[in-house]
Design a protein around this ligand. Structure first.
Ligand code: BG6
Length: 490
């Protein structure tokens, strides 16, 4: 791999995300040689006034646990520059352009520019447009890539408005919408597990799959983020983006080749074939929750900065039906919530049972065969298991279900590159495979909007689940109605 030369401009340069995730990710790419060690520089920006040295000290802190030596950290940090910047001030962009031109010469970064906007969402549009209008984009043959953090709008309308602002300044193929769940090992493995294994892909449809369950469960509560979270809720925070992106990789048809343009085409098709519910449909197919007190927890409404009559959802579950041939009447159940019993992202694919249980037929014994279940563990456990039926070793013909599995050891899982490192790598190489395209984001909002609208119009019956449990009862009933139940935890 040829190391990429690049000049980064990071808006929100000493923000929490930058210091905790982004700099360590860039540093790892530097260490591993994906980012040119000599030919890169980064300009950190925000309204704060810092000297370059002060900024570099923060960088050194941020990468301390990744660095092999103090010298290495120092050499890395010497490529960092600070600029105090007001996103609404045009002159500041002209100054930025000047500094960028200088650093580009100094570090010979070949005109490659990465603009990373890690700020409050209301600034995404103005930054993108001003970068374009004030001439900060590179014009000498390098690439211009714009990276946008979440959330991408709060409904379809606002997302479209934001997207219009971005695309008036950047082409769709220059825009990288971050969804860190797409940088997780298991999410990235879904296409390989499917399209690399005829054994799996041959049965990947409504004829063999009974239902699909996607769970993004968190143990943590709202922590200190109520200011944001109480205006978002689980549906916007976890379902519209992470969960539906995972759904798209699971539901899509096979792309012609594994390149971003082809993959995006198939993902969009899948997302656009989700049935959009009217208000009655929402009532039947979606469940919301808000946590109450639990053994180690105060109720959501008593968390810091949460209004004591908050109607916000800290849990959301739903049933997706696809109007297409592959999925027919096979439902996808999705759920995500805070303060649940365990932290685990996982996908459970439940296959249908054999049509006839010949081992039970004609005998007095109860049917024992189970439907196979293929489980993908996303995080923190990483891996895949497949439950299959076999004979148990006792005398006589009795069957039992065993798990074939590959779960990474904690040791190995700890070495897996973190999502932001993977995603930065893809930004540097110009690979949009694991980023959400606009039509995907639009389709996801169109699916979620009627749910949110109904929930906003009627107060929830909150709190309706105990902190530390697996969510509201109604989410179990949602599956029970179809004769199904959550596979995990069992
Ligand atoms: C973020 C949400 O996108 O994902 C958070 O805003 C959530 O509310 C987080 O806690 C979960 O990510 P992870 O990687 O910890 O599972």
């Amino acid at each position: 791999e040829t190391p990429t030369r690049a000049l980064f401009m990071l808006f929100g340069g000493v923000g929490d995300l930058a210091l905790r995730k982004l700099y360590p990710a860039i540093f790892n790419l530097y260490k591993k040689g994906s980012l040119s060690n000599d030919h890169f520089a980064l300009i950190g920006l925000s309204r704060k006034s810092l000297t370059d040295d002060e900024f570099r000290a923060k960088i050194m802190d941020s990468i301390a646990s990744e660095a092999d030596s103090q010298d290495q950290a120092q050499e890395f940090a010497s490529h960092f520059y600070w600029k105090s910047h007001d996103v609404n001030n045009k002159d500041h962009y002209s100054d930025l352009k000047e500094l960028a031109d200088q650093l580009e010469q100094k570090y010979e970064t070949e005109g490659n520019r990465v603009f990373y906007v890690s700020m409050a969402p209301r600034f995404f549009g103005i930054v993108a447009q001003s970068l374009h209008d004030q001439g900060v984009l590179s014009t000498n043959g390098g690439f211009n890539r714009l990276v946008i953090e979440k959330p991408f709008g709060r409904d379809y309308e606002s997302a479209k408005e934001l997207n219009d602002a971005l695309t008036s300044a950047f082409h769709e193929n220059q825009i990288y919408r971050i969804d860190h769940y797409l940088g997780k090992e298991t999410t990235e493995a879904i296409p390989v597990l499917r399209f690399g294994n005829p054994l799996i892909e041959a049965v990947w449809n409504h004829e063999y799959i009974k239902d699909v369950q996607i769970t993004l469960a968190e143990k943590l509560g709202v922590e200190d983020r109520a200011g944001y979270y109480d205006t978002a809720g689980a549906l916007r925070d976890m379902i519209q983006n992470h969960t539906l992106q995972i759904v798209s990789y699971l539901a899509m048809d096979q792309p012609n080749s594994f390149v971003d343009t082809e993959i995006r085409r198939e993902k969009v098709k899948a997302l656009q074939s989700m049935e959009i519910y009217d208000a009655d449909g929402v009532k039947q197919n979606f469940v919301r929750g808000q946590y109450g007190a639990g053994p180690d927890s105060v109720p959501y409404r008593e968390e810091p900065d949460v209004p004591n009559d908050s109607n916000n959802d800290t849990y959301a579950a739903g049933k997706i039906v696809f109007n297409n041939h592959r999925w027919g009447d096979t439902p996808f159940y999705i759920r995500s919530g805070k303060k649940l019993a365990d932290k685990q992202g996982r996908i459970d694919i439940e296959f249908k049972k054999p049509l006839v249980d010949i081992f039970a037929k004609g005998t007095k014994q109860a049917p024992e065969l189970q439907g196979n279940v293929l489980s993908f563990y996303i995080d923190p456990k990483i891996g895949i298991t497949l439950s299959i039926n076999t004979k148990n070793s006792n005398q006589g013909m009795h069957t039992e279900t065993i798990d074939l599995g590959y779960l990474q050891s904690d040791q190995r899982a700890a070495k897996v590159p973190l999502p932001y490192e993977r995603l930065f790598h893809d930004i540097l190489t110009g690979d949009g495979t694991y980023f959400a395209s606009w039509p995907e984001v639009a389709a996801a909002w169109k699916f979620v909007d009627p749910v949110q609208k109904l929930w906003d119009s009627e107060p929830g019956d909150f709190p309706n689940y105990e902190a530390g449990s697996m969510g509201p009862k109604a989410a179990d009933e949602l599956l029970a109605r179809d004769g199904n139940s959550w596979y995990w935890p069992n």
